[in-house]
Design a protein around this ligand. Structure first.
Ligand SMILES: Nc1ncnc2c1ncn2[C@@H]1O[C@H](COP(=O)(O)OP(=O)(O)O)[C@@H](O)[C@H]1O
Ligand SMILES: [Mg+2]
Length: 347
């Protein structure tokens, strides 16, 4: 990956970019910058405006207003040059259904003018890396959803690029396959690639991104590192515990009125209490004191970290002032994943 010093240190530079469809403002005056070799994430619920933003930045859709530079090139006047240096994995795939995996990749390499020898070498490498050996001769039309995703992402790496746009590349994949994709992207970033990534899965954004823009209803609510988002917006810590006796109204009442507890939630189904607090070291003795007084017995207790999801939901809520019923919490990702993923989906 070459770095063109003349074009400045930003891979993406966006100022007041908007897109309207009739009355609908899909993207509402967003501004942000993406540094070189950074993984920048757009995190937001369905309809937030992620895809529309990517389509504008990849020259597939003209902006209604605003400006953007991609790799130092002007979005409006230098579209062709931009297209030569970026890659994009769109949310919806578009394949020639009649081709098999190998010929589909070859065609993609031809479009990108990759020399024959190099094309062959890369196809073999990518087929191996994305574990596609057993269906390399299969027609695209006969592939499973996960296999199509692998092909769609793999073929993008047949050509060199400085900046890659990935629009929800892991949708529909199981946790193992998702982890394998994310780890592959991380490798490429180490080699100098810049990635612009969108997801509605919080754990993914946290795992992959250096910085995250939280998007809701066309607007960027906040931009920060995953760690800072957690610190700034996540409720500090949570003390989770259970009682031998299960639910106790008296304890809920007593603990809720404690000064050191911000919020107390009882999950009736599992009988787990979750007390959010910035001072777990004070909540724990208080809890034992109250349990003793009420003749209750604590069967388990631990201090839980706050999740980025807490931060995300509070941002989206505060950002638009409406409820968060449409916010996807995402599937359990980090917790369910083993250390190393496989591109193959679990049967
Ligand atoms: N071609 C279009 N015509 C009209 N409305 C659109 C079009 N594309 C997207 N929208 C609307 O713009 C908003 C943002 O959509 P999108 O960018 O796809 O969001 P996301 O990718 O975050 O789910 C949605 O309300 C969507 O319905
Ligand atoms: Mg989308």
């Amino acid at each position: 990956m070459e770095v063109d010093l003349a074009s400045g240190s930003f891979a993406v530079n966006v100022k007041d970019l908007s897109k309207r469809f009739g009355d609908k403002v899909a993207v509402d005056s967003v501004s942000f910058e993406v540094k070189r070799s950074e993984v920048f994430g757009f995190l937001g619920p369905n309809g937030a405006g992620k895809t529309t933003t990517i389509k504008m930045l990849t020259t597939l859709l003209p902006p209604t207003s605003g400006q953007a530079k991609i790799l130092g090139l002007d979005l409006r006047s230098e579209g062709k040059k931009i297209r030569q240096r970026i890659g994009v994995v769109q949310q919806q795939d578009s394949f020639d259904q009649g081709l098999n995996v190998e010929t589909s990749m070859n065609l993609y390499g031809l479009i990108w003018d990759v020399p024959k020898q190099e094309r062959r070498r890369r196809i073999d490498e990518l087929i191996e890396r994305f574990e596609m050996q057993e269906f390399r001769k299969k027609q695209v039309v006969d592939l499973s959803g996960g296999q199509r995703r692998r092909l769609q992402v793999a073929r993008e790496f047949i050509h060199d690029m400085d900046l890659l746009f990935l629009d929800e590349p892991t949708v529909g994949l199981d946790p193992l396959a998702r982890r394998a994709f994310l780890d592959f992207f991380k490798e490429k970033v180490k080699d100098g690639l810049t990635i612009f990534f969108t997801t509605h899965i919080i754990e993914e954004a946290e795992y992959l991104c250096d910085r995250i823009a939280v998007m809701n209803e066309g607007r960027i609510v906040e931009i920060d590192t995953p760690g800072n988002l957690k610190r700034r917006f996540g409720s500090a810590k949570a003390v989770e515990f259970r009682l031998l006796e299960g639910a106790s109204k008296n304890l809920v009442k007593a603990l809720s009125s404690s000064e050191v507890v911000n919020k107390l939630v009882l999950d009736e189904l599992s009988g787990t209490y979750r007390a959010t607090t910035s001072k777990p070291e004070l909540v724990i003795p208080e809890l034992y004191r109250l349990a003793d007084k009420l003749s209750l017995h604590i069967s388990s207790i631990y201090i839980a970290e706050t999740t980025l999801e807490d931060a995300f939901i509070s941002l989206v809520k505060n950002g638009s002032g409406n409820d968060s019923s449409h916010v996807h919490s995402g599937e359990s990702y980090a917790a369910a994943s083993p250390p190393r993923g496989s591109f193959k989906e679990a049967e």
